[in-house]
Design a protein around this ligand. Structure first.
Ligand code: PLP
Length: 378
């Protein structure tokens, strides 16, 4: 067992930042009014929601009215895909083979609702080829969804170019930025994004809080009906502490993004170089178009799940691919999409770091991992 817990599964979720907890606490303990109430406590709560909306909007260079708070990345993806497609008046939805299940399952639901979906493959690094996206387009495509950074192998897509291609055909462009938001610069106007999903708990904010950015003028049909909160787009009493935490986490992520990215890249590179010295280890995903906090490997002759369990016994938390599919015994659809065999895909280890990961954490991993792999091979 390493002397302290080492957490290297930050794409599954992150530790809450103390600043975020302090911002949220009053809205759990004393300022617990309902934003719809007309008394002073309602006003206090609605002012907090307004402030958070402004914090999120300034992180994306957009207007506060273009932000709808949700319960997280999954709901935002569902709202984007199922909510935006009908208003386009078109029948086709185009996405990639490596999206998160929140997009892929929404896509399956679109098909049940009579729409057609087209799935575009990626290359061996997990990158979407723009020619392939262009080939999938025609004038019946209403919405294109391409994730900004992949949750398994960390590949960063050229979303600006993908958005341009979507727009050339009069389609809307959505990006699932759950793994990218706060870890790479995103600018709704410059990037040409019409819809963007993000989640609080991936950026040291609370679980159960996220948002959808929808460009003004884009028609989005609600998927939850009731009291008309969030300008009618997302009924249900606002999760005020969660929203306040989302706003605080956004502001924090953006304010220290440059330094955090460069620190994370330093640690990530140390991990990649260290692990690649292990015989039979290889990197999955692109070497340079990779989100700052992700390192993803395969190891000849071992099961990724066994590696994760052995590391866990030693106090190191990592992942075999992604938390959402951790219970699955099927190889990851992302790894098979980049051409890995089922056997290779089952030997995956995902290391994801955060602004709180230290050099010592990386050293602990590099000290323990070669022995774990050797003992599993023996
Ligand atoms: C790329 C991506 N999209 C969507 C989600 C779902 O987000 P949430 O857990 O906030 O529902 C995740 C979570 O892992 C993710 O990685």
């Amino acid at each position: 067992m390493v002397s302290k817990r080492v957490y290297l599964d930050n794409s599954a979720t992150t530790a809450m930042a103390p600043e975020v907890l302090s911002a949220m606490t009053p809205y759990l303990l004393s300022k617990y009014g309902n934003p719809s109430s007309i008394h002073f406590m309602g006003e206090e709560a609605s002012a907090a929601v307004r402030k958070a909306r402004g914090q999120v909007a300034s992180s994306l260079n957009c207007y506060p009215s273009e932000i709808t708070f949700t319960s997280g990345g999954t709901e935002s993806d569902n709202l984007a895909v199922l909510g935006a497609m009908p208003g386009t008046g078109r029948r086709k939805f185009v996405t990639t083979a490596i999206e998160h299940s929140a997009v892929l399952e929404a896509c399956a639901e679109l098909e049940r609702r009579g729409f057609e979906t087209v799935m575009v493959g990626v290359d061996g690094d997990g990158l979407l080829r723009m020619e392939d996206l262009a080939d999938a387009m025609d004038d019946d495509v209403g919405l294109v969804s391409v994730m900004a950074a992949n949750n398994v192998i960390g590949t960063v897509q050229d979303i600006r170019e993908a958005a341009k291609i979507a727009h050339e055909h009069g389609a809307l462009f959505h990006t699932d930025a759950v793994q990218a938001y706060g870890k790479m610069p995103l600018d709704m106007k410059a990037d040409g994004i019409d819809l963007l999903s993000a989640s609080g708990h991936k950026i040291h904010g609370p679980k159960g809080a996220g948002f959808l950015y929808h460009r003004s003028g884009v028609e989005v049909t609600p998927q939850i009906f009731g009291g008309g909160q969030e300008a009618g787009l997302r009924s249900s009493t606002e999760n005020v502490p969660g929203i306040v935490g989302m706003g605080a986490a956004s502001e924090l992520a953006v304010s220290s993004m440059k330094e955090d990215i460069s620190a994370m890249i330093g640690i990530r590179e140390e991990i990649i170089e260290g692990i690649l010295t292990i015989q039979g280890a290889y990197l999955n995903g692109s070497r340079d178009r990779r989100i700052c906090n992700n390192a993803h490997f395969g190891f000849e002759g071992v099961s990724g799940k066994d590696v994760v369990l052995r590391l866990s016994d030693k106090g190191i938390a990592a992942s075999a691919e992604s938390a959402c599919s951790a219970g699955s015994s099927e190889p990851s659809h992302v790894l098979t999409a980049i051409g890995r065999s089922p056997r290779e895909a089952m030997s995956a280890l995902r290391i994801t770091i955060s602004r709180y990961t230290t050099e010592k954490d990386a050293e602990a991993l590099l000290e323990v991992l070669p022995g774990v792999i050797a003992s599993l091979r023996a």
